[in-house]
Design a protein around this ligand. Structure first.
Ligand SMILES: [Cu+2]
Length: 167
């Protein structure tokens, strides 16, 4: 037992006898860049969404404040041509039949794949965006609840679908 205590004392002694005095000067030089810490603090009701070449939105859940204007910037970050991998975002009313709207929209190539039959279900939408294109839209979700957003490019809506919850 005595031996262990002695060994510990020796080790501790070695550590504490290190070049502590030199360290003090070095610490003053190493400062944390404060600007980097608060870099990505999103504002309320300001949304950023990306569409990718693997047919996905980078985010599928948003929460916003009801009754206040929402600004959504959507960017197609892919490189594939618009004819094969175009993306849009359509925000639909709470009670919209998403499947019926998406199926009808497939036939509307000349209208950026948005069916006018469901115009009353559409709160807002971007145009169809090709690689590297971006668009910002503004809209207000008047009531609290869950609103679905989809990409209506043919075959995309099942994979490219998300929810904006207004509270
Ligand atoms: Cu898409």
């Amino acid at each position: 037992m005595k031996k262990i205590a002695l060994t510990f004392a020796v080790i501790f002694g070695v550590i504490s006898c290190g070049p502590d005095t030199q360290k003090v000067e070095q610490e003053e030089v190493t400062t944390v860049p404060e600007a980097q810490i608060e870099e990505k603090q999103a504002e309320p009701n300001v949304l950023e969404l990306k569409g990718t070449d693997d047919m996905k939105f980078d985010k599928t859940e948003f929460t916003v404040e009801a009754g206040k204007e929402v600004t959504l910037t959507f960017t197609n970050v892919g490189v594939l041509p618009i004819e094969t991998m175009g993306h849009n975002v359509v925000i639909l009313e709470k009670d919209a039949d998403v499947q019926a709207f998406a199926n009808a929209s497939v036939r509307e190539k000349d209208n950026d794949y948005i069916s006018d039959l469901y115009i009353t279900d559409i709160i807002a939408h971007t145009k169809l965006l090709g690689p590297g294109e971006s668009e910002t839209i503004k809209f207000t979700l008047k009531e609290a609840g869950e609103y679905t957003f989809v990409c209506t490019f043919p075959g995309h809506w099942i994979a490219m679908k998300g929810t904006i919850t207004a509270i």
